[in-house]
Design a protein around this ligand. Structure first.
Ligand code: PEP
Ligand code: MG
Length: 655
């Protein structure tokens, strides 16, 4: 069967979304091809898929044939049409956001004059740094060009497979230990590259003709890297570097060698390298790196994404100029302008020192807000909480002083899971979350999926309008076998009493009441089983116009309101939140939306229940005064916005 669609995956099927698409495709037995503009590629090879350069907004055709074609077609189409697909729960750390955060650090009222000399590269991660150089220039690997006699060729192929397995295992354990969901996603994309069936087949074919495994692997990797380099797309060109890095690791494993140890890096070092891959960085002590300069790479390299996520200034793509850093003692990096200096003179050093002092001041000024817990003149506490999708995000949220969690998107756990997560797995996740923030409150949202988000283990019908379809609480109430384990896990996880639960997409009072009946059923079951649990406060999300209209009735029975401004805006304005052509209508500041928020807040105020906002608007500091005036005292957002939001509330209180 064939179906065409427009790709909505944000920024297209680049490395990480491609890797996850392939992973999903591989769960089906059917043959699956993706076609774009007359070219097509197997959906089970991330290399082929990336070479197809599928971008957001491209029209593609999915061709599926085999025993599970219906299910495969449904899931893969849903994936392609989901903007957040493949981002591993990193909704809170999308690169664009990180850029914004970085920009605030680079607005440091640059003192003095930028030195005129220096080397210019790609401005990959903003900020300034100065420090001792840690030169990381592992020697080029030369292909041994050894001839393998026919009798040894099968063993040589086995050696290659073992080396790939070793590198895969190393990357898997780095990904599992990785605190950042983005960085773990990058590693998973590299694992897909290392295990690409075509590259392995091509290397094995060369071994079969008598060449050693190292030379064969280098040739196979280089041939595909050259295809990436030939693409007219900066992002995809950068994938050639990923492939080279992965090929190198496999060859090192074959040679039983290791590159120099990045763990020897001194504190505050500027890491200088010709080429540095995500694989190297995963093993590097990132907290000791003050800056990065690199011969290869650009703003879209994985190194750049990791550096931005960690706030490490980086200048990449210096080309041959990187040689100047190989023997330099010290280096200065301006990741905002792309200028770098090897062994800077005294004037340049003092210029950088001044800028670093400014940068530190700005950072400190903002980080000072981490411990703040804003309180209004009438003693009303204002909660600035975090939106999270994974336990991996907890350290980032705690570091910026998140006052609890205002939205835990449980669908991310369901999406990442190969089947439905069991009650036990869910219990551990929710209990871990509640414990990490206690005594602050943690609000867990029950499963919010629908035809627009693929979940293995749930069959969604084909829908013309998935956003108006069988999603969120509607699906859960129809599938108690999915819903009840989640409710039971939540009851059990609320041992410390700081866990609250809210329902997405509520549009009738009945939905709240029916959920309560299910919760009571779960309580009775747990009671009978002798399992400890504690009742949780059950709230509703206000994200449909219907919920706004019946807000007084909902407020009479719900423990709290949390306004989901993302969906509320799209439904009030009748403007699809994923459709760029109506993006201008999708503005929470439109009076129609602000009035809807005000009406819901009024109902909440009159019933004396807490009202929060957990959509993107919560982080829009311009709206803080209006929301506070409406009696909304809880703002939940991606951790990267928390410090600025705390500052905005405190500035407002001071007025
Ligand atoms: C919302 O709709 O505002 C919301 C927070 O939920 P999501 O973005 O996950 O739909
Ligand atoms: Mg929503």
């Amino acid at each position: 069967m064939e179906r065409s669609t427009i790709v909505r995956v944000r920024e297209g099927l680049h490395a990480r979304p491609a890797a996850r698409f392939v992973k999903l495709a591989k769960t089906f037995k059917s043959d699956i091809e993706l076609a774009k503009g007359g070219k097509s590629a197997s959906a089970k090879s991330s290399v082929k898929l990336m070479l197809l350069t599928v971008k957001e907004g491209d029209e593609v055709t999915l061709k599926v044939s085999g025993p599970d074609e219906d299910e495969a077609m449904g899931m893969l189409l849903a994936y392609l049409e989901n903007p957040d697909a493949g981002l591993d729960g990193e909704a809170s750390s999308a690169p664009a956001r990180n850029n914004e955060r970085q920009e605030t650090f680079s607005q440091d009222n640059t003192p003095g004059q930028l030195p005129a000399h220096g080397y210019k590269g790609a401005a990959a991660s903003a900020g300034v740094a100065l420090g001792p150089v840690f030169a990381y220039f592992p020697p080029e690997l030369a292909p041994p060009h050894q001839e393998i006699p026919p009798a040894g060729r099968e063993a040589e192929k086995k050696r290659l497979r073992a080396a790939i397995a070793k590198v895969t295992a190393q990357m898997e354990s780095s990904a599992a230990a990785e605190a950042s969901a983005t960085d773990a996603g990058i590693l998973r994309a590299l694992i897909e590259l290392a295990n690409d069936a075509d590259i392995i087949a091509s290397a094995e074919e060369t071994i079969g003709s008598g060449l050693d495994a190292v030379s064969s692997m280098m040739a196979a990797g280089a041939a595909v890297a050259a295809k990436f380099e030939a693409l007219d797309d900066a992002y995809m060109k950068a994938r050639a570097e990923d492939l080279n890095a992965v090929t190198r690791q496999i060859c090192l494993a074959l040679l039983e060698r290791e590159d120099a140890d990045l763990a020897d890096m001194p504190d505050g070092a500027i890491l200088a390298a010709n080429d540095i891959g995500a694989f190297d960085l995963a093993r590097a002590p990132l907290d000791r790196i003050a800056g990065i300069v690199c011969g290869h790479g650009g703003a879209t390299s994985h190194v750049a994404i990791i550096a931005r996520g960690r706030g490490i200034p980086a200048v990449l793509g210096l080309g041959k100029d990187i040689e100047a850093f190989r023997s330099a003692q010290r280096a200065a990096v301006d990741g905002g302008s792309g200028l770098t200096f090897a062994d800077p003179d005294a004037a340049t050093e003092s210029y950088f020192n001044e800028r670093i002092a400014h940068q530190e001041e700005a950072r400190k000024a903002l980080s000072a807000f981490a411990s703040e817990r804003p309180v209004l003149a009438n003693q009303q506490a204002v909660v600035i909480a975090a939106n999270l999708g994974s336990l991996k995000d907890i350290p980032d949220a705690l570091a910026v002083g998140a006052m609890g969690v205002g939205l835990f998107r449980t669908e991310i756990m369901f999406m990442a899971h190969p089947a439905l997560p069991s009650e036990e797995e869910q219990y551990e996740t929710y209990a871990g979350l509640a414990a990490a923030f206690a005594p602050d409150e943690v609000i867990v949202r029950t499963l919010d999926v629908g035809g627009d988000k693929p979940i293995t283990g749930i069959d969604f019908p084909d829908e013309d309008n998935p956003f108006l379809g069988w999603r969120g609480i509607r699906m859960c109430l129809d599938r108690p076998a999915i819903f009840k384990p989640q409710l039971r896990a939540l009851l059990r996880a609320n041992q410390q009493g700081n866990l609250k639960v809210m329902l997405p997409m509520v549009s009738t009072l009945e939905e709240l009441r029916r959920t309560r009946v299910l919760v009571e059923e779960c309580e009775a079951e747990l009671e009978r089983e002798g399992r400890p649990f504690r009742r949780f406060a059950l709230g509703v999300m206000i994200e449909t116009p219907a919920a706004v209209m019946i807000a007084p009735e909902l407020a009479a029975e719900a423990a709290f309101f949390s306004i989901g401004t993302n969906d509320l805006t799209q439904y009030v304005m009748a403007a699809d939140r994923l459709n760029n052509s109506v993006a201008a209508l999708n503005d929470v500041r439109n009076p129609a939306v602000m009035r809807a928020i005000d009406a819901a807040a009024k109902a909440g105020r009159e019933a004396s229940i807490p009202i929060g906002i957990c959509g993107e608007a919560a982080a829009d500091t311009r709206l803080v005064p209006s929301f506070l005036e409406m009696g909304i005292y809880e703002f939940s957002m991606s951790p990267s916005f928390i410090l600025a939001a705390k500052k905005a509330v405190i500035d407002h209180i001071g007025k």
